[in-house]
Design a binder for this molecule. Structure first.
Ligand SMILES: *Cc1c(COP(=O)(O)O)cnc(C)c1O
Length: 360
């Protein structure tokens, strides 16, 4: 086995046991063909889809008030679908700005209608989540759009406000299922699968059914959530293989004790790296304010850019891969999603200690 310690931001590490199961079923899913070669209308795929829906509903305690949709186009497509469906003339799309992905979501909404920035930490280099008490929500808000985890900057909402007076939309692409969530707080949750849920190629949306009834209809059918909800995510050919793999990841999360246990594991993993940073703050300079730190993406700078370059190169020779910060912020970023094993995080921690000893 030559697999490396994978800290990629996305597509990201998948559980080894999931890959092994998929490998074993690749040529024959049990009905004489690969799931890749099987009709999306067949009983075999219908079972795969029903399984993914059922497992997700159970794992995340999704109430009957919400539909589960498997879509395509990534989270980036959701940036457009949200305003197309819900930003009606005379209303305002309200955006909480916490990073590059929020910027992109807002830019798409600006093509559709009126928008308003509710709060932003851009001036501070997106190093924190703005306090909900400061949010300036317009009275005609169609929705409030948030980004639960800021993959590039390494910040994360610790919790979400309720009673905003407008539907709450959340991009959870990089932290969905990293902890228990109260789905009822949200009117729409969406997530590209390739960070914390499965492979690239499928996008999850969890949407309040009653809100869908209220959505705009003046657009191509394909762009309407309602179209996909009415057809149980099979309006057109869905990404059959990514949905199959997500189902396996959901089984794995369940077998690992569900979301409470997953959250506990994530806190322990993140604690290994944050603990090191807190003990050596002049060498490992965290980007995120402490109360806004992400469990999923840990970002820091070293005393110089040269050292950062050296860190990335030497890490690679220790089979620690994917730790270069995003090109827009530089520095170091370790993405430690659900599927990144604790042993990989421990290996990174040991490397960081040795690197600091040799370079300070
Ligand atoms: C990666 C990411 C996106 C973009 O996802 P695509 O599936 O590539 O469109 C959007 N939002 C967040 C928070 C992300 O981490």
């Amino acid at each position: 086995m030559t697999r490396y310690h994978n800290f990629s931001a996305g597509p990201a590490a998948l559980p080894l046991s999931v890959l092994e199961t998929a490998h074993g079923e690749f040529l024959d899913h049990g009905h004489g063909a690969s799931i890749l070669e099987t009709s999306h209308r067949s009983p075999e795929f219908t079972q795969v889809l029903d399984h993914a829906n059922g497992a997700l509903r159970e794992l995340a305690s999704i109430p009957d008030t919400h539909d589960i949709l498997w879509l395509q186009g990534g989270a980036s497509m959701q940036f457009a679908m949200v305003p197309l469906n819900f930003l009606k003339p005379g209303t305002t799309g309200a955006y909480v700005m916490t990073g590059t992905w929020s910027d992109k979501a807002l830019a798409e909404a600006n093509f559709v209608g009126d928008t308003h920035v509710v709060a932003s930490t851009k001036d501070a280099g997106y190093n924190a989540i703005p306090q909900p008490s400061t949010w300036d929500i317009p009275s005609n808000a169609a929705y409030v759009h948030t980004t639960s985890n800021n993959t590039i900057f390494g910040t994360q909402f610790a919790s979400f406000p309720s009673n905003l007076g407008a539907p709450l939309v959340c991009d959870m692409s990089s932290d969905i299922l990293c902890r228990p969530m109260d789905v009822n707080q949200f009117d729409l949750i969406y997530a590209g699968a390739q960070k914390n849920l499965g492979p690239a190629g499928v996008t999850l949306a969890i949407v309040r059914k009653s809100w869908l009834e209220d959505a705009r209809t003046d657009m191509p059918n394909f762009l309407r959530y309602k179209t996909h909800a009415d057809k149980g995510s099979t309006y057109n050919t869905p990404p059959v293989y990514p949905i199959y793999l997500v189902g396996k990841v959901l089984d794995w999360l369940m077998a690992n004790g569900g979301l409470e246990a997953v959250q506990q594991g994530n806190k322990e993993k993140a604690g290994i790296i944050y603990g090191l940073m807190d003990a050596n703050p002049t060498f490992f300079k965290g980007h995120a304010a402490k109360d806004s730190r992400s469990l999923m993406n840990i970002t820091f700078n070293l005393p110089s850019e040269d050292l950062e370059k050296k860190f990335v190169e030497e890490a690679k020779s220790h089979r620690l891969v994917g730790v270069k910060g995003h090109r827009s912020v530089g520095g170091i970023r370790a993405s430690i999603y659900n599927a990144v094993p604790r042993s990989s995080v421990e290996a990174l921690g040991t490397f960081m200690e040795n690197f600091m000893a040799a370079n300070s």
